[in-house]
Design a protein around this ligand. Sequence first.
Ligand code: ADP
Ligand code: MG
Length: 319
Amino acid sequence: MASEFDIIRKYFTREAPTAALGVGDDCALLQPGPGMLLAVSTDMLTAGSHFFPDAEPGKLGHKALAVNLSDLAAMGAGPRWATLAIALPEADEKWIAAFAQGFFQLAGRCKTELIGGDTTRGPLAISVTVMGEVPAELALRRDAACAGDDIWLSGATGEAALALAHLKGRVKLEGAALEACLTRLHTPEPRVDLGERLRGLARSAIDVSDGLLADLGHVLEASGIGAELLWDNLPRAKAIAECADAALARECLLAGGDDYELVFTAPTSKRTEIEALGKDLEVPLAHIGVAVSGEPVVRLRDGRGKLVSSLRKGFDHFA
Ligand code: ADP
Ligand code: MG
């Protein structure tokens, strides 16, 4: 049976050309570019809570990195390096090879070098730490939104949560809708290019991992402002718009989570540039509302100004 060291050498040791030292020593050695701040983020995925224990390993490898790259994007940081801590119940080499392939395929596309980690035996759990770079004064912090800013959303929310509802038997999806939702759930595409290109355009940003309203709520709380969103302006993916269970679709849209889209605020003077950026990257960017002074509350209104929903407190993993 393969030892811990065989596994590391065979599956997790790759060239890391921009690191001073990669996998193999007690530490990796890294030199950020001149004038750049290191942006560092960790996300952990555990079997049962974040994925089904029989999840496809290739997709898991992709997702473990994707959810972390999404955090870098939300900071306006460009990815550079990653570490991977993984607990495996057994040394199933077929599983590990597929996991590594999913991980490295996304890493290669997003120019992220794996420079270290830890490999142990235990109930399946995966923790990735990513490191990226951002010029100090251009980081997209949560506390930098201003009253009067436009609020923007990339792509559309809700499909990943709808896929989960399908897998749990709460709704029955079929055909292209099912396909689209499952792809969103298992292989989310982090908005890496968008995050970097929003430097100097957006004032603040967050990635939507726990639901649109909850994550926007974090920005509002950190910035000490509120938000008015227009219900009609929220982008709807086809599967959400055509979902037979309208209440479920609405819940997924507003509070589903696992979307990995970016919500960002920007001065109104940047509208034209932001629209041009969306066209250039072929990423739909929707102007969904405005930041307002006052309590950190999200108010969602219909076309006639009537309150559809209002949210004060975000999603809590321990609630
Ligand atoms: P140590 O005992 O010093 O923690 P390890 O034996 O755990 O060292 O790891 C040896 C080398 O392999 C280190 O450079 C470590 O960063 C790297 N490594 C271990 N597991 C992984 C992994 N899953 N992915 C990438 N690198 C790993
Ligand atoms: Mg170790």
